[in-house]
Write a protein that binds this ligand. Structure first.
Ligand code: FAD
Length: 518
């Protein structure tokens, strides 16, 4: 009701008086008189749900939450902000699986994108006749998988975890073990519908409004709200041979990883379909939420290797197959693995369905959730770093900082990918070498402990700076403009110009803290 919003505005104004930092946002009373007024929620439950994220570290309250019923609702909201004498901030929130408040809007309006699903009547994903699907921005990748499989098709590029929205991952990049061969998810998009910061709904692609297309892909939500993506599809395989091999020596591990990703042509028959890697350390259990894999009877011999070497490196690969490639699969893998330097006797295999493989993280999530261990702080650090320095990183970070602090809980990922599968015109930022690694510290912590992990993250970043290792953060979190300028490097000017063009009043995704921080 109107009187509530008036009280809210007044109380916000009062809280601003005497505060040296000006209130950045006021949501105008006029909003409630618009059609979307009925779908703007101001109640504590709505505010609470939009004021936290998977990271469980940041808390920022919006003034209102929009549960849109259509793209037009989003257009109306952004237009209202743009035309307001004091533009208010707006953040699209997908699944809210960011870890540092990136989908929050302190004092502004959060758009609960997933509310749109209720109005789609099952039409959020349409598979076209030309190997693509038109997918609404709020859809989850798991739903994209299920819908496309009905046509015998599927996207080629994935994230490890499928309960993320299409709009959210395309605003970052969307990476997983498929990236070395198929590129990140942003390299597998033909077209987007985007509501810009001026409230204009624009269709864009490499040929039409290309500046907006490249800006939005990896654009951290800065240029517009993605309401539809046309995603490339391929014939879906049926089954997956999934293999893990253990190494005690990092240089053999990374050499083998780099050798395997050197075969990466989309049509190259012997190439793998997926390659990742993880550290195995003495964390109490060999299994984590990213999957349990090793047969329990083999745990003692693996644990014994971990005790001897402190860190064991686990190379993880997958090769898809179906009825007509099944007969040659074994031979192909044998040839591919010949000459690899994993520890003899430490190769483990599974044979699973394609869906089971892609959705491998879900069971771990549900298990942790049932134990109350999923909704805890997640002080994550995700990095991209050049291949030439990965061995220095192993020595200085894995073997020194991580072992000395001895607090790491949760998966630590390390795997390489190929720069030529990325498109430099897009906003996503990667190191300047043909092959680069991603390293992800996917920490979970107690509510009082996340700062210790944050200290470790800071020490890692400091180490890289001192050692001259030019890392880029993935799912970046930076505290001020200088850090963002450094992050974007030679892309900064383009990024800032695109912002001035598509969101001149700096309305969108304030939680990234790029243009409207501090
Ligand atoms: P949100 O967190 O809701 O939003 C992220 C950002 O995008 C915000 O700035 C938001 O304002 C903006 N945004 C949201 N929707 C839109 C839209 N429609 N249009 C424009 N901007 C929008 N990432 C990987 O690449 N690979 C992985 O394997 C992977 N695994 C993960 C596993 C887990 C358990 C978790 C928690 C995260 C993982 N991530 C992974 C990271 C994930 O891709 C990002 O956090 C992504 O932003 C989450 O999507 P979301 O839908 O929750 O987005």
């Amino acid at each position: 009701p109107t009187y509530i919003i008036i009280i809210l505005i007044i109380s916000r104004l009062i809280s601003t008086i005497g505060n040296s930092k000006p209130s950045n946002i006021l949501v105008p009373h006029k909003l409630l008189t618009l059609d979307i007024g009925a779908r703007l929620h101001l109640d504590p439950a709505a505010i609470k749900s939009a004021s936290s994220d998977y990271g469980n570290i940041f808390k920022e309250n919006p003034v209102a939450v929009l549960y849109p019923s259509s793209t037009e609702d989003i257009v109306a909201l952004v237009k209202a902000a743009y035309n307001s004498s004091v533009p208010f901030k707006i953040a699209a929130k997908g699944r809210g699986h960011s870890v540092r408040g990136q989908a929050m809007a302190d004092g502004g309006v959060v758009v609960e994108m997933m509310a749109l699903k209720n109005y789609r009547n099952g039409n959020g994903i349409t598979v076209g006749s030309g190997f693509y699907a038109d997918v609404a921005g709020e859809q989850l990748w798991i739903d994209v998988l299920n819908a496309t499989l009905e046509h015998g098709l599927a996207p080629a590029s994935w994230t490890d975890y499928l309960y993320l929205t299409v709009g959210g991952t395309l605003s970052n990049a969307g990476i997983s073990g498929q990236t070395f061969r198929y590129g990140p998810q942003i390299s597998n998009v033909y077209e987007l519908d985007v509501v810009t910061g001026k409230g204009e709904l624009m269709t864009c692609s490499a040929l039409k409004n290309s500046e907006l297309f490249y800006a939005a892909l990896g654009g951290l939500g800065q240029f517009g709200i993605i309401t539809r993506a046309r995603i490339a599809l391929e014939p879906a395989p049926k089954r997956v041979k999934w293999v893990r091999m253990l190494y005690s020596d990092f240089s053999s591990f990374s050499r083998d990883q780099e050798y395997l990703i050197s075969m990466n042509g989309r049509r190259q028959k012997q190439a793998l379909d997926y390659l990742e890697g993880t550290l195995i350390m003495d964390q109490g259990s060999l299994d984590n939420w990213r999957s349990s894999f090793f047969p329990p009877s083999d745990h003692p011999k693996i644990i014994s290797q971990v005790k001897t070497h402190a860190i064991i490196y686990c190379l993880e690969v997958a090769k898809y197959y179906d009825d007509h490639t099944q007969s040659t699969l074994h031979k192909e893998l044998q040839t591919l693995f010949k000459g690899l330097s994993y520890l003899p006797g430490f190769m483990f295999e599974k044979d699973v369905s394609y869906v089971e493989f892609l959705n491998r993280v879900r069971s771990g999530e549900l298990k942790l959730e049932s134990q109350g261990l999923w909704e805890v702080p997640h002080p994550w650090l995700n990095l991209f770093l050049p291949k030439s320095r990965i061995s220095d990183f192993n020595k200085g970070v894995f073997r020194d900082i991580v072992l000395k602090r001895n607090i790491t809980t949760g998966p630590v990922l390390v795997y390489p990918m190929n720069r030529n599968k990325w498109d430099d015109r897009m906003s996503a930022v990667i190191p300047d070498e043909d092959v680069f690694y991603t390293v992800g510290f996917l920490h979970s912590s107690g509510f009082d402990e996340w700062e210790a992990f944050d200290d470790q993250n800071k020490e890692i970043l400091k180490f890289c700076e001192n050692a001259g290792i030019k890392v880029k953060q993935y799912l970046p979190y930076h505290r001020n403009k200088e850090e963002w300028i450094k992050h974007f490097g030679s892309k900064w000017n383009t990024f800032a110009q695109r912002k001035a063009h598509f969101d001149p009043k700096m309305i969108l995704s304030p939680g990234q803290r790029i243009f409207n921080n501090i």
